[in-house]
Design a protein around this ligand. Structure first.
Ligand SMILES: [Fe+2]
Ligand SMILES: [Fe+2]
Length: 188
């Protein structure tokens, strides 16, 4: 593998444990994996896109636990908004610690804050949204979500199967993974 971003990972890991809705460590690892696979097909600058993947959900660490676990739609939405609002400050502090350039940091912040509630035209922002969505279909994430959400594999499969993508690469990998999950479910 190319760059490993170990230093960033070391700082991000303890923050991800504060995110309660599901296993965000597995989720974030799978988003990084999805990001690398999408870049392999679509191109893209890893020095922005890989840190953006690793840091995209770090904002959850500063959303109150109560709000994270809220069940009603209004507060769920508030939690989602907060995980975006809290992200820039955390990302700036963290990437400054590992000596990232200031302008690179701002570009990463820009990519991360666009991963919810927007339909961006810029490819680097679209790629993060695709990686976030695609990651949920990978084996590790898929069965981790089955546990976290207390749903059956088939229910999660139905839900995921409606996902849409910006890039051709993400869509192709998605269809392959979705197919594999279906085979696993049918063989049980
Ligand atoms: Fe997110
Ligand atoms: Fe995410």
């Amino acid at each position: 593998m190319e760059e490993s971003y170990q230093e960033i990972w070391k700082l991000v890991e303890p923050l991800l444990f504060k995110a309660k809705r599901k296993d965000f460590l597995i989720h974030t690892k799978m988003v990084e994996k999805a990001m690398r696979e999408i870049i392999a097909g679509e191109g893209g600058d890893t020095t922005f896109l890989i840190p953006a993947a690793i840091l995209h959900d770090v904002g959850w660490s500063e959303v109150s636990e109560k709000l994270q676990l809220a069940k009603d739609e209004e507060r769920k939405n508030k939690a989602l908004q907060e995980h975006i609002q809290k992200a820039p400050k955390i990302i700036r502090e963290l990437l400054t610690k590992v000596n990232y350039d200031k302008d690179k940091i701002e570009r990463i912040v820009d990519i991360v804050v666009a991963h919810k509630f927007t339909e961006p035209k810029e490819k680097e922002k679209q790629i993060l949204i695709d990686a976030d969505t695609l990651s949920d279909t990978y084996k590790e994430s898929f069965y981790s979500d089955v546990k976290s959400y207390g749903s059956t594999p088939r229910e999660i499969w139905e839900f995921r199967s409606k996902n849409t993508f910006y890039t051709k690469t993400a869509k192709e990998i998605f269809e392959r993974e979705l197919n594999d999950r279906q085979k696993e479910i049918n063989n049980k």
